[in-house]
Design a protein around this ligand. Structure first.
Ligand code: HEC
Length: 90
């Protein structure tokens, strides 16, 4: 009886650990991307990619916050990279 319990605990721990490590791997892959890359992959989903020259630095800052809420998937870090990329091109 005790053996079965132990097996379950070991299995559960293994699965949790795998899920955890896998989660890290995915977010690592995401943060490795450059602002330009993230911009190209995310900002065309709903509309044409706006050109960096279309807005001022301050406007990009506000648009970044606005569009991060729209995308639902970008982390603040990723959005900062996109905003920095857009600001460097105007
Ligand atoms: C989930 C859909 C979606 C994604 C993804 C998205 N946008 Fe938008 N975007 C919208 C909508 C809808 C509008 C129209 C304004 C509104 O109602 O929010 C908009 C408007 C804009 C505007 C016009 C100015 C403004 O704030 O209204 C800019 C610039 C813009 N988006 C840039 C971006 C950038 C840069 C990204 C990538 C980080 C992005 N968008 C990703 C949906 C999206």
């Amino acid at each position: 009886m005790k053996k079965i319990y132990l097996t379950i605990v070991i299995l559960f721990t293994g699965i949790s650990l795998l899920t955890f490590l896998n989660g890290c791997a995915t977010s690592q892959a995401m943060t490795d991307k450059s602002g330009a890359q993230l911009w190209g992959e995310n900002c065309v989903r709903c509309h044409n990619t706006p050109s960096p020259a279309d807005y001022s630095d301050g406007q990009w800052e506000a648009i970044g916050m606005h569009m991060r809420l729209r995308t639902q998937t970008l982390s603040p870090d990723e959005m900062n990279k996109i905003v920095a990329f857009l600001q460097s091109g105007n």
